[in-house]
Design a binder for this molecule. Structure first.
Ligand code: CTP
Length: 479
């Protein structure tokens, strides 16, 4: 492990380093790392900052440069985010988020607010990120080396997780009295917040007003989700989105390293279940979580497409970057899809209820003592995929259906491809033992007129990215 202290360099050298770092848009630390890497590779890039001849001693430790893990932020090719961790019990999940982001080759630099340090330590965040952690606006060392303005700029996006009610209020009000809020005010990079707080705090008018203002300001949000809270007996909307969900949202926000193969293309995605009313309080539904459809919408948006996501009722966050139309029933989903035409591609990932109740009750249907339960007469819902795929006018050039099967997956999918008149079917086995419905992973077969491709079991985000990349290739070939 090599060690250097910028503070111990002589003033002239420090000034030279500062200018050089500024001209490259890097922090002084990052500049040193770049120089060291170039030196190790034998490049001439080190020449301008050779140590002053007046100083013979090697510099001493302050910036640790761990050799086995390349310093992520120093790599210009790598996407990078600044993660602001707020003070809430969900802060412990942000440690996992750091891991999830690094797994996706996203460099993470952390700021911990004072309140966050009551829950997790800078040491833990630093160990997981492999980067120095910043905590204090008035820390002379960090202001000298990096500075809050550079922290705000030297990143591709800023993520706030957990975003507490207080941090959201500060952001909405434009406060800058600590490092986190000052950086948030100073950045011109996209901001994604993952709110987390008690459900009552979340529902309060003040928080909702702040949220509306932040959305107006172009801030992206993910969550909060519904569920149990840390406080015993408390449940509702307020749980921070899961690290995997936040990581997917960050990827969608960052895009594919600037590549936007679907730029200029319009894509419609259906997702989630539909709810078919029996009476005002009961409905017929299915177990679809909407994860796969939402992941496709997010991946298509990240690839530059103009996405309309028509979603049935789900308990997952809206994917960033897509226009979202929320519906309940199959018929409403159908209308929303028709309204979103024309499109270059339509992906029907929703688990649409095949039937609806012929005559839903206008009042709650009551039990009648001694009488048999009321019969539920069902009628068939419109088949959205088949209708769109068989349209003469405004048929999207690429129509993709899903086949959720519990047996004979591939033969059934092939039959469905022909019956529905679509171009591709993404088939999966949704029998309960696979854990696919509602789960995080998926194992799919892509069925086209050219044959069947079986993809390895992978996360729903990965399936989404793979599918989007195939869509981009197909649309480019059809141009
Ligand atoms: N689909 C649709 N509208 C419906 C039913 C299904 O758009 N009313 C779409 C789904 O979004 C999916 C595909 O059709 O892309 C296949 O859905 P699936 O439920 O697997 O097939 P079904 O047509 O319902 O046939 P079955 O239930 O008999 O397998």
């Amino acid at each position: 492990m090599a060690s250097i202290t910028i503070r111990q360099l002589d003033e002239g050298l420090k000034q030279q380093l500062r200018l050089r770092a500024a001209s490259h848009g890097r922090s002084m630390e990052d500049e040193v790392r770049t120089i060291l890497r170039a030196a190790a590779a034998g490049s001439a890039e080190v020449a301008p900052v050779r140590p002053s001849p007046r100083r013979s001693e090697p510099a001493a430790v302050e910036i640790a440069v761990p050799s086995p893990t390349p310093n992520l932020a120093a790599s210009t090719a790598m996407r990078r985010i600044l993660l602001i961790i707020g003070g809430g019990i969900a802060a412990y999940k942000s440690l996992d988020l750091i891991r999830r982001l690094r797994e996706r080759h996203i460099a993470v630099r952390c700021i911990l607010t004072a309140a966050a340090q009551e829950f997790i330590t800078p040491l833990a965040a630093g160990a997981l990120s492999g980067e120095r952690v910043f905590t204090n606006l008035f820390d002379t060392t960090s202001e000298l080396d990096v500075g809050h303005i550079r922290l705000a700029r030297d990143t591709d996006a800023v993520v706030v997780a957990p975003a507490t009610a207080d941090l959201m209020a500060k952001m909405a009000g434009g406060h800058a009295d600590d490092l986190a809020s000052a950086v948030l005010l100073a950045t011109h990079r996209p901001i994604l917040i993952a709110p987390a707080m008690n459900p009552v705090m979340w529902a309060r008018g003040a928080t909702q007003r702040n949220l509306a203002r932040l959305l107006d300001d172009g801030v992206h949000t993910i969550g909060p989700n519904a569920g149990e809270m840390a406080e015993q007996g408390e449940a509702g909307i307020g749980r921070m989105a899961e690290p995997l969900e936040i990581a997917a949202a960050v990827e969608a926000l960052l895009g594919d390293g600037g590549e936007r193969p679907l730029a200029g293309k319009r894509i419609i995605v259906t997702s989630g279940p539909t709810h078919e009313p029996i009476d005002p309080v009961r409905y017929i539904a299915n177990r679809s979580s909407g994860r796969q459809g939402h992941a496709i919408a997010a991946a298509a948006a990240a690839a530059g497409a103009e996405v309309t996501l028509v979603s049935g009722p789900v308990n997952i966050p809206d994917p960033p970057g897509a226009r979202i139309v929320k519906v309940e029933t199959a018929r409403a989903m159908f209308e929303a899809v028709e309204a979103a035409l024309p499109a270059d591609c339509a992906v029907f990932a929703a688990a649409v209820a095949d039937w609806r109740v012929a005559a839903p009750g206008h009042e709650k249907i009551k039990k009648q003592k001694g009488k048999a339960p009321p019969p539920l007469a069902l009628v068939e819902n419109p088949d959205i995929l088949s209708t769109i795929a068989h349209r003469k006018a405004q048929r999207p050039p690429l129509v993709i259906g899903f086949a959720a099967e519990t047996e004979n997956v591939i033969p059934n999918a092939k039959a469905k491809l022909a019956r529905k008149g679509c171009d591709w079917i993404v088939a999966n086995d949704v029998s309960p033992e696979t854990g696919i419905m509602g789960g995080e992973t998926n194992s799919v077969h892509l069925v086209t007129e050219n044959g069947v491709e079986s993809w390895p079991r992978q996360s729903k985000d990965e399936v989404a990215r793979a599918l989007v990349s195939r869509i981009a290739t197909a649309l480019a070939a059809g141009d």
